[in-house]
Design a protein. Structure first.
Length: 370
């Protein structure tokens, strides 16, 4: 049987959540599970998040899925609702919403949830420099006044554009802008207003800005959110192992080429193996010459680093197994990323970030939860 396999280890996620709590002991945790839990599968990860205070999703559909899976704690809609209708549905399903532009503000003021509803607390988004979602300086003060006047509790929130890079000057500007407005709102509008700035990178790089709520995503999945420290240096554990198996061996003669576009040619006779995984499963089609996999000898369990050669195809890729024993077993496991091979490394070889590789996995691999 073809066995490209995604294995999810919820214990690793619980471990990573504890790392978040250790770094931000006084903050509540909104654990981000948007995009099907960064490709891991919401159902697989929710049980590992019972100690989170809330989960965050991008859409109401994702919120409903989590509710159907039995998540009964708070859910935050980080893009808020898209219509007055959806605002009503958010109230019916107890989803806390971001309010980031005028129409959402009007929907919230037209239809006010009950005093004990979680929807009675709103996340008011202030644009401090990302320039995607959020009110500007004047807009946020007036929105806060109107919401507070209507009985809403407020969490002022913003999102960093460059928190992964400790040296980037925009982050301190964003923090300054945030703190200025926060002080004004606290003084003039609502002395109990709460604050939330940090995604994973902010949690690691800006401990003074943890405030009331942190919003970790990628670090919960065991990938590094920052440019200058690896996941293992941050004591994070990979939640996903992505693996396949060797399906056949070949010896490619000197001068012969491999695969579509014949972009790799053998400088000498080369032992190669075909691996039953490709971009149809979610392995990136374009990788550079440093891309490699780990082959685990089915007999000895020894592990070998083997370069990916030739163009990755839809259903298979080719690796150079020159460094492995000559009697390497067919069916030997090939690790594409996971605990033994950081997804951050593969992302770098593919010119992207771990987030994209994880989210882009297809439905084809077998899914296993350990
Ligand atoms: C996705 C998201 C996060 C989590 O970001 P990571 O970089 O994965 O930690 C935090 N806040 C908001 C608003 C988000 O959309």
């Amino acid at each position: 049987m073809r066995t490209a396999t995604v294995t999810i280890n919820p214990q690793a996620m619980t471990h990573n959540l504890m790392q978040v709590k250790k770094r931000a002991p006084n903050a509540k945790v909104l654990a981000m599970v948007k995009a099907n839990a960064y490709g891991h599968g919401v159902a697989a990860v929710l049980p590992a998040l019972v100690l989170a205070d809330a989960i965050g999703v991008a859409s109401f559909t994702e919120a409903l899925e989590a509710r159907h899976l039995g998540w009964d704690k708070a859910i935050g809609l980080v893009e808020g609702v898209f219509s007055a209708d959806e605002w009503q549905q958010a109230i019916d399903n107890g989803c806390s919403c971001v309010i980031h532009h005028a129409p959402q503000l009007e929907w919230a003021l037209e239809c006010i949830p009950a005093v004990d509803s979680p929807v009675r607390t709103v996340w008011l988004k202030y644009n401090t420099g990302m320039n995607r979602l959020g009110f500007d300086e004047q807009g946020v003060v007036s929105a806060a006044k109107r919401l507070h006047g209507a009985g809403y509790a407020l969490i002022l929130t913003t999102h960093f554009a460059n928190a992964d890079d400790r040296e980037h000057p925009l982050t301190s500007t964003q923090i300054q802008r945030f703190n200025d407005i926060f002080a004004i709102l606290q003084r003039d509008v609502d002395k109990n207003i709460k604050a939330s700035l940090c995604n994973s990178a902010g949690i690691v790089n800006y401990p003074d800005s943890h405030c009331d709520w942190v919003r970790p995503g990628i670090m919960l999945y065991g990938s590094s959110p920052v440019t200058d420290q690896s996941a293992s240096e941050l004591n994070l554990q990979a939640v996903m192992d992505f693996s396949a198996q060797i399906m056949a061996f070949q010896t490619v003669k000197q001068g012969a080429t491999i695969g579509y576009g014949s972009r790799w040619s053998a400088e000498e006779d080369t032992r190669t193996a075909l691996v039953s995984v490709g971009y149809g499963d979610g392995y990136p089609r374009v990788v550079n010459n440093d891309a490699h996999v780990n082959v685990v000898d089915a007999l000895t369990k020894d592990s070998y680093t083997c370069p990916v050669i030739g163009r990755v195809a839809m259903d298979m890729l080719v690796i150079d197994v020159s460094s492995t024993p000559i009697d390497l077993a067919l069916d030997s496991e090939v690790i594409l990323w996971g605990a033994a091979l950081p997804v951050d490394d593969v992302a770098q070889h593919a010119g992207t970030i771990s987030y994209e590789l994880l989210c882009r996995l297809s439905n084809r691999p077998l899914r296993v939860i350990v």
